[in-house]
Design a protein around this ligand. Structure first.
Ligand SMILES: [Zn+2]
Length: 265
């Protein structure tokens, strides 16, 4: 059994063969998939998937790359969706992404950063209000991500740093905020050394597995479309790094995911 805590099966890359993909995932031992929305439209699509497939759950929110979509009204509409749907198990994905900012346009960079921060902060407040975990996207924004989380989290809700890309040193800081770390295909890459070092510092009860499908496919399928069945390669690599059995990694990360996403069963 493996839980893929972060995937995007609403992506058009799955339009033609989603049933086949999900069947393949089940055969590989995947028991739950959490589909992450990136805006209002994909929140609706994620809900559709969760209603159609018994082992799909979802988290709903606005991605930092879609920060222009953020408004208090939009987030209030997403809040209503979460409240009505028991298979909506968290808030996100939200966070900060400085990688895609238009670096040749400083005014626009400042505007988008400010907007991302407001949206992120309001998502955290929503997760606190609903007592549901927050799913955080952090790309090239570790310091600001940490500062905003520290300022706004009470420590009472759990949360996930999806596709963790921070340093080994920062693991302790995030851990103190009651956050867990989800690890994806990057851990199998030859240039994934930084992540391997971080994994060694992660408390075992805070390690989760994800694919971020259709992106970040693990070796030996790197470069191809990702799907949840490939979690097995990430789990195998984790077993190697932690020097434990594959079965142990599956059991551990499953227990962790069920604790963090307490609404999932
Ligand atoms: Zn994602």
């Amino acid at each position: 059994m493996i839980i893929d805590v972060h995937a995007h099966f609403d992506d058009e890359k799955f339009n033609c063969d989603i049933d086949e993909c999900l069947k393949k995932a089940k055969e590989a031992g995947v028991t739950h998939i959490i589909n992450a929305a990136v805006d209002y439209e994909t929140s609706l699509k994620s809900l559709e998937l969760a209603r159609k497939y018994d082992f799909i759950y979802c988290v709903l929110g606005i991605h930092p790359d879609s920060a222009d979509e953020y408004s208090p009204e939009k987030l209030a509409a997403i809040e209503e969706l979460i409240k009505k749907e028991p298979k909506a198990v968290g808030v996100g994905e939200t966070g900060l992404d400085y990688y895609w900012l238009p670096k040749d346009n400083p005014d626009e960079v400042a505007r988008l950063k400010a907007l991302q921060k407001v949206s992120f902060t309001e998502h955290i407040r929503l997760s606190e209000r609903l007592r549901l975990p927050i799913v955080v996207h952090d790309r090239e924004a570790h310091k600001d991500t940490y500062d905003i989380l520290k300022e706004n989290l009470s420590g009472k809700v759990e949360g996930v740093l999806h596709c963790y890309s921070g340093s080994a040193e920062m693991v302790k800081d995030f851990e103190e905020l009651n956050l867990s770390f989800s690890v994806g295909g990057v851990v199998t890459f030859t240039n994934g050394v930084k992540l391997v070092e971080a994994v060694k510092k992660m408390p075992r009860e805070r390690i989760l597995i994800e694919t971020d499908s259709p992106y970040l496919t693990p070796v030996p399928y790197r470069g191809k479309r990702n799907d949840s069945s490939y979690t097995v390669y990430t789990a195998r690599r984790l077993a190697e790094i932690l020097d434990v059995s594959y079965e142990y990694v599956c059991r551990l990360t499953t227990e962790n995911a069920l604790r963090v996403f307490g609404r999932m069963h």
